[in-house]
Ligand binder design. Structure first.
Ligand SMILES: [Zn+2]
Ligand SMILES: [Zn+2]
Length: 176
């Protein structure tokens, strides 16, 4: 089989899709909750209007994927497969994170069972912490067991500290 045969390309796109979760987890934990907090903070606060500054991250990732598609057009199908994987992850993230969890869609659906419920709950726990530090559950496709996350939150003690107003960030801002 050739590297540019379609089953290989599909496999690469799928692998990139899965790999994006690791990348997204790391970017969320080490960039967005670190030096990239300037953009991400808006996502941990009440949103005013349709957009938040954090959406700029999606713009950057989309621009990168588009660039890869352009390169692929010059005869690099492998690059196209990578771009497809990134785009699929973006679409999934947009549907589940922005739609299901944050209800930025015109319709509401709250999953009451199965893995979808766990995904939503895990991300809600991420948002239980308003500030930059001491959060849990930075990934998305993979949600750790909920009781593990609640235990971790309790150990970190961030939520309680924020309620007492000990944290440097504005703990009064609520976002559910
Ligand atoms: Zn976050
Ligand atoms: Zn979120």
């Amino acid at each position: 089989m050739n590297m540019t045969d379609w089953p290989v390309l599909v496999a690469i796109a799928f692998a990139v899709f899965l790999g994006m979760e690791v990348f997204a987890w790391a970017a969320h934990k080490y960039i967005m909750h670190s030096w990239g907090w300037g953009w991400h903070q808006s996502h941990h606060e009440e949103r005013e209007g349709w957009f938040e500054k954090n959406d700029l991250y999606a713009v950057v990732f989309a621009a990168f994927a588009i660039l890869l598609f352009v390169i692929a057009n010059y005869g690099y199908p492998l690059v196209g497969a990578v771009a497809t994987g990134i785009t699929l992850y973006g679409a999934f993230y947009f549907i589940v994170h922005d739609g299901l969890v944050h209800q930025r869609w015109p319709f509401r659906h709250i999953p009451h069972k199965g893995y979808a419920k766990r995904l939503v709950q895990a991300h809600r726990l991420h948002h239980a912490v308003k500030g930059k530090d001491g959060g849990v559950s930075f990934g998305f496709l993979y949600a750790p067991p909920i009781d593990k996350l609640t235990r971790q939150l309790r150990t970190e003690g961030t939520v309680a500290a924020e309620r007492r107003g000990e944290s440097g960030t504005d703990a009064s801002a609520t976002r559910h």
